[in-house]
Structures are given as structure tokens and as C-alpha cells.
Design a protein around this ligand. Structure first.
Ligand code: HEC
Ligand code: HEC
Length: 199
């Protein structure tokens, strides 16, 4: 059902969402970002999330949330002061248009992550991640569900633990906090191992 709704919304809004911002102009404004996220957004250091091919509207929301203080982090919080609001559409259009490179993560050693990602855990209950982030983990650009596939495992673990503890609380209607609070450390590690190896 969610996929059908997402599809319909996309037919109505996708073209306008993608047209917002000029990727070529954005490229010239990313020097400041490249020290951590690299020039094309395929960061190598697992502390810095991959931005390449991330949904544009999701990234706009994150930058505005760092600016307002709704999301806090020691690298990004001081840095966003240097990004002018007028440049945000171009910069995010640029990173969103870059191909996400395959990482060298090994295949997961258990099926636990895949199971929760695709089917959830009815005992707790945990909803399937795929309901919002897609079966391929590429998210939903219009609904601002971030792309996860191929993201650094360490970053996925950090985010799931921060949603669980409430340190990250910029998810609307506590969508992620309500899910993460029912995940234990073992499940978080298994999910991250599965997600980072998704292509
Ligand atoms: C000093 C290192 C550093 C620099 C420079 C930097 N970032 Fe980041 N960025 C980070 C870190 C670390 C995070 C993850 C924050 C967290 O753990 O919550 C992040 C997160 C983000 C996110 C959220 C990603 C997600 O998946 O939620 C966006 C968007 C982003 N950065 C954009 C930018 C842009 C645009 C620039 C340049 C104008 C930039 N960053 C420069 C370190 C940096
Ligand atoms: C009901 C929809 C929904 C479901 C189900 C869901 N998520 Fe999310 N997820 C979101 C939204 C929305 C965000 C972005 C929140 C924001 O706006 O900052 C998010 C963000 C995330 C992030 C942070 C990504 C980044 O780049 O910073 C991770 C990691 C994540 N989800 C993992 C999961 C996992 C693992 C599951 C399954 C156990 C899951 N999600 C289930 C909606 C969902």
C-alpha cells in the first residue's frame, strides 16, 4: 500500500522535486564539503555519511535541521552556518545526481538483518524497513525517506542508536525513534551489515 501511495505521489510531484536546484552550479559550491564527504559524495571515512545519490529533499531537510538545531552533531552544526540558504538546492542537487559507488563490504554473515529489513519482527513489533526505505534500500525521494543501500555500516549503527536513545530526534512523528526503540544491539549490527552490502 505504501509503495502504491509513494508511486502516485511520485507521478504528481517527482518531476518538480528533482528540478529544484542546478547540479552543475552546485558542484562549484562543494569544496567545503569535500574534505569529509569527498568531491562526489562517496565519502571513504565511515564517520561521514555517503551523500552521493541521496534524495535531494531529504538532504535539504537535514541541512535545515542542522541549521535550526533540530539535529545536532559536532562537525555539521558549526559548518552549516557557512551554507547560505540560496545555495542549498544547488549543492543537494549536485550530490543527489552523483552515482553511489560500490563499497567493499563483505556479504552479511547471518540472515537476521535481511529478515528484519524485509519482514520486520512481529514479536516486538518492528515494522519492515522496506515499507519506507524500499526493498532495494534506495528510499523514496519524494517522501524524504533516505536511501540507505551501500551507506557506511558504522554510520547506520550510530544513527539507529541515536534514534533509540533520542539523541537524534528530527524524525517527523518519531517514525524512526518508535522503530529503533525496539531494536537491540545485535539487531542493529545485523541491519547495518545487511544495509551496507546492499547494491
Ligand atoms: C568536518 C567534516 C564535514 C564537513 C566539512 C561536511 N560534513 Fe556533512 N556530515 C559530517 C558528519 C560527521 C555527518 C553525520 C552527522 C551525524 O553523525 O549525525 C554529516 C552529515 C551530513 C548530512 C546528512 C546526511 C544523512 O544521511 O542524514 C548532509 C546532507 C551533509 N552532511 C551535507 C554536507 C554539505 C552539503 C557539506 C558542505 C557544505 C558538508 N556536509 C560538509 C561531516 C562533515
Ligand atoms: C514508517 C517509515 C519508516 C520505516 C518503517 C523505517 N524508517 Fe528509517 N527513516 C524514516 C525516515 C522518515 C527517516 C528520516 C528522518 C528525518 O527526516 O531525519 C529515516 C531515517 C533512517 C536512518 C538514517 C539515515 C541517514 O542517512 O541518516 C536510518 C539508518 C534508518 N532510517 C534505518 C531504518 C531501519 C534499519 C528500519 C527498519 C528496522 C527503518 N529505518 C524503518 C522512515 C522509516
Amino acid at each position: 500500500m505504501k509503495t502504491i501511495v509513494g508511486g502516485l505521489l511520485c507521478i504528481l510531484a517527482c518531476s518538480t522535486a528533482i528540478a529544484d536546484g542546478d547540479a552543475a552550479v552546485g558542484k562549484s559550491k562543494t569544496l567545503l564539503c569535500s574534505g569529509c564527504h569527498t568531491r562526489d559524495g562517496n565519502s571513504k571515512n565511515p564517520e561521514y555519511p555517503v551523500l552521493a545519490s541521496q534524495g535531494q529533499a531529504y538532504m535539504v531537510k537535514q541541512i535545515l535541521d542542522f541549521k535550526s538545531g533540530a539535529r545536532k552533531e559536532m562537525h555539521m552544526t558549526p559548518l552549516v552556518e557557512a551554507i547560505s540558504n540560496a545555495d542549498i538546492p544547488d549543492i543537494t542537487a549536485y550530490f543527489s545526481s552523483q552515482m553511489r559507488k560500490q563499497n567493499s563490504a563483505p556479504p552479511p554473515t547471518s540472515d537476521l538483518g535481511k529478515q528484519i529489513f524485509l519482514s520486520g519482527n512481529s514479536a516486538k513489533p518492528v515494522s519492515p524497513c522496506s515499507g519506507c526505505h524500499g526493498e532495494d534500500g534506495k528510499g523514496n525521494a519524494v517522501l524524504k525517506f533516505p536511501s540507505l543501500a551501500g551507506q557506511h555500516a558504522d554510520y547506520i549503527v550510530k544513527m539507529l542508536k541515536e534514534f533509540r536513545s533520542g539523541t537524534r530526534s528530527n524524525d517527523k512523528n518519531a517514525l524512526m525513534r518508535n522503530i529503533a526503540m525496539d531494536l537491540d544491539d545485535k539487531e542493529i549490527e545485523a541491519l547495518a551489515a545487511f544495509i551496507t552490502a546492499m547494491r
